[in-house]
Design a protein around this ligand. Sequence first.
Ligand SMILES: *Cc1c(COP(=O)(O)O)cnc(C)c1O
Length: 511
Amino acid sequence: MGSLPQETFNPLDPSTFTKESYAVVDFIADYYREVEQYPVRSRVEPGYLRELLPDSPPCSPQSIETILEDVRNDIFPGLTHWQSPNFYAYFQANASTAGFLGEMLCTGLNTVGFSWISSPAATELESIVMDWMGKMLKLPNDFLFSGGRGGGGVLHGSTCEAVVCTLAAARDTALSKTGGDGISKLVVYASDQTHFTVQKASKLIGIPPSNFRAIPTASATGYALTAESVRSAMEADVANGLVPLYLCATIGTTAAGAVDPLLELGQVANDYGVWLHVDAAYAGSAGICPEFRHYFDGVELADSISMNPHKWFLTNMDCCCLWLKNPSSLVESLSTNPEILRNKASDAKLVVDYKDWQIALSRRFRALKLWVVMRRYGTANLMKHIRSDVSMAKYFQYLVSTDSRFEVVVPRRFALVCFRLVPVGGGGDDGWDLNCRLIEAVNSSGRAFMTHAVLGGMYVLRFAVGSTLTETRHVEATWKLIQAKADDIYKDLTLSGLSIRAGDKEDPGQK
Ligand SMILES: *Cc1c(COP(=O)(O)O)cnc(C)c1O
């Protein structure tokens, strides 16, 4: 007989749980109250944290108060504040009360629903929530479980994961026809604006890098793909004995918010028997508003579509919806049937086992989070959220248009405005240095954070409105900040003797 442990240690004692959770919730609420005051982009130097923290973990327990104090003192300075109302970089990661509460339920219950029996509610709620979300986006019934034609959806952690899985399914479907050594012949198509995740996924699943086509886009189409360019790329590949496999079309590209024409691309994909995936990671959320739904026209021709509620749908990280018309191709590609997981329901093929719809075995109960968001806000408020961001972006676009030193570079589709300072004359300047200087001046002020893109060789500034806390007054103040920083830069240029030709105005300082 071993001796009994002398002290009890219960890391899940309900009364400690209550007390300490409240402390953390209060801490986060204070953070939301204060976040506006922090420099948006972190100002630390690489390696800053190693200097602040001990070399090794503590042996004795420390209090949650001590830990929270260190979060405030040591971690906060190294945060780029994604929840700041002045965060306009990348695409936003919406936090919300409902998203947080849903996440809390998910992480509190901490069940692992890899197969139906491992937590029936997790699987069943996920299937229901995927149908709900699909209906909000008016996806064709073919993508829904309730459509009765074999379609359905799954929650992944990221678009990257969703793309890898659909590509694997497409690859295996193709190889089952062409034979095992055919992989060197398979070709993946995207545009030069498609998220890099498609190229990465294509490499990961064994497509030769030389068989990835990043088809050029142009400013004339607002950096969207054209069906003709895709068709001619496929034609050329077929003529060379290659096999078109997969085409990714995007609703709302990362750099410019461009929308690829789904209907025409779908026809090309269908003509060549190619798997069409629609990446709507960012802009998919806008599809719940009727005025944006037309961008989805043609989705009925796609094999799969994904979008990220963790960007613009008030759902805290992480959450990516993936729908497939024919999930059985995914399951065939990803399923394994180890003895330890065998059970009656799975053996009888009565149920969905989500482990066969993703890379990992273990999975979080994300459906709970999305379910809480949809119920707590309802379609009405979710649409309000999207529309308010879009109208703030429109307003920003208007402000830009009132200052002739600036130009909007691509037509705005959603809540992303791409703009820049018009190049000044002298030294063959293409605006690159000018705009680099401007964005760095804005970002290092700590009062706002934007990121850039390069479109057709042009350096452009991206103003992505969408952080949950952003209000019109923030957009206004940031615009004034941008103008003031531009004033400074022009002053410097004048002093250094460069002539200024901005929007063909004599005096760019005049607004
Ligand atoms: C953000 C984004 C992605 C990547 O999403 P993850 O969930 O981070 O993998 C892919 N495509 C587009 C268009 C995006 O905007």
